[in-house]
Design a protein around this ligand. Sequence first.
Ligand code: FAD
Length: 546
Amino acid sequence: MTVDDDAGVSRAVARDLRRRYGEQHRIVRAESGDAALDALREMRLRGDEVAVIVADYRMPGMNGIEFLERAMDLYPAARRVLLTAYADTGAAIDAINVVDLDHYLLKPWDPPEEKLYPVLDELLSKWREEERRPVHVTKVVGHRWSARSSEVREFLARNQIAYRWFESEAPDGQRLMQAAGADGLRLPVVITPDGDALVEPTDAELASCVGLATTPSKDFYDLIVIGGGPAGLGAAVYGASEGLRTVLVERTATGGQAGQSSRIENYLGFPDGVSGAQLTERARRQATKFGAELLTTRDVVGLDVNGSARTVRFADGGTIDAHTVILATGVSYRQLGAPGLGEMTGRGVYYGSTLTEAAACLGQDIYIVGGANSAGQAAVFLSRHARSVTILCRGVSLERSMSYYLIQQIRQIGNISVRTCTEVIAAEGSDHLENLTLRDTSTGATETVGAQWLFLFIGAAPLTDWLDGVVDRDARGFVVAGPDLSVDGDRPRGWELDRAPYHLETSVPGVFVAGDARAESAKRVASAVGEGAMAVMLVHRYLEKL
Ligand SMILES: Cc1cc2nc3c(=O)[nH]c(=O)nc-3n(C[C@H](O)[C@H](O)[C@H](O)COP(=O)(O)OP(=O)(O)OC[C@H]3O[C@@H](n4cnc5c(N)ncnc54)[C@H](O)[C@@H]3O)c2cc1C
């Protein structure tokens, strides 16, 4: 794909590209960022792949860096090249950070044999070496208000699997179901790129049909990382890059909570923010590049100590062993117990998941429950699609729970309003959410409002019951590590080594914890990644003395 607002230059780039690569690749040319994005969207829906994007820097409306940034959301694996005049090399160097630029080319690129082709040859060969998803796109036929349809879409989106959505009642959806021999009573129907139809598939069935690994290749590893959020991915990258035989096991999709974030603004090195999906895709690529195995849809339900081996048990009864384990299981959203919310979950009521549903909220009124950053980010993101967004928060103000920059952003967006001292006490609807009952906590007054969409961000809890009796946890279930394990200078109960636990080591030697699952952790992407890296350093120290 090449984009340049100067038609002459655009034609010249396309001509040179076609001359060398035309036999093996299709060269698509656009004369503005918007037109190029439209073309990329269409290609994405068709299931086409994009190898390299060459964008001119100086374009009216949207410059080359802004364009590449948006193109990354559609094709994160495409290699990115910026075409600049000599005077703009400063901007190109800046772009290396913003859009993870692979190369910048100075105009003119004549002769192409010397200045253009060697660069593109290298980028194309790197692109070819990478494991990529199947070319044809997965199709999902479902009902907008079917809870499982919505979970399947979320699963595919979080695993960055391109899919096309078809309403089961629309003619296209009907035709596909007919072709698949499905009666429509059980939804969704997922049609794989190879044309196989899966009716109401489980996550594990989906994972294997879209090419995600679910089974380990070995019985024994140096390191098992449990959880594929920032801490787990960080640990997998460092573990594998430092030569440890590393496997990461994730219950649903890699990315964790961060993968659900529309824009992470405070992660070092991304001054313009980065979406959770982009960060996850890059981390996955990085971990795989270094040789880490990433298993998805495998729920870990047990940890046993067998001499020097640590055994991890899966929900389906399978096990794997390793010298060491890093627990990076993070936290999950708490559920709100108000009457009616349970029945409406997935039918207008969603915990945390805003990205997949956003397009369906177009022009509608949305309610968000929560007063922390995650609620604020969701409000900012959804305000671009919705008619109005109302943040419901129990506290008297957002100031105590939300970052200052987000509060400022929210104040400047006209269609977001904030209702403090307000809680949801009931929800109702038939097929999908229709009404919410709200209570003013300062006066006790209640009010019923019409609502089709409710997103809840009401804090999170670690789901670590499966570690009970094995690893010490605090009263809320967070895993205790390092110095926090010593009570009055004593070693933890059952600790037999003649050294104290290392910093991120749990009450079981060789089992470490990183990220949000750790008691007293910072609950930030950067600290989770940092702890993942630090835990690997301590794994080395442990292995040296094994
Ligand atoms: C919407 C949202 C926006 C956010 N925005 C920001 C931000 O802008 N800046 C910032 O610094 N922080 C932000 N955060 C917080 C940040 O995302 C978390 O601190 C970070 O993701 C923690 O990483 P983690 O790897 O420790 O855990 P998690 O991200 O929670 O990942 C844990 C993973 O472990 C898996 N898992 C759990 N149990 C098991 C099991 N038994 N078996 C297998 N897998 C298991 C889960 O499925 C999950 O994928 C945000 C959070 C949310 C929800």
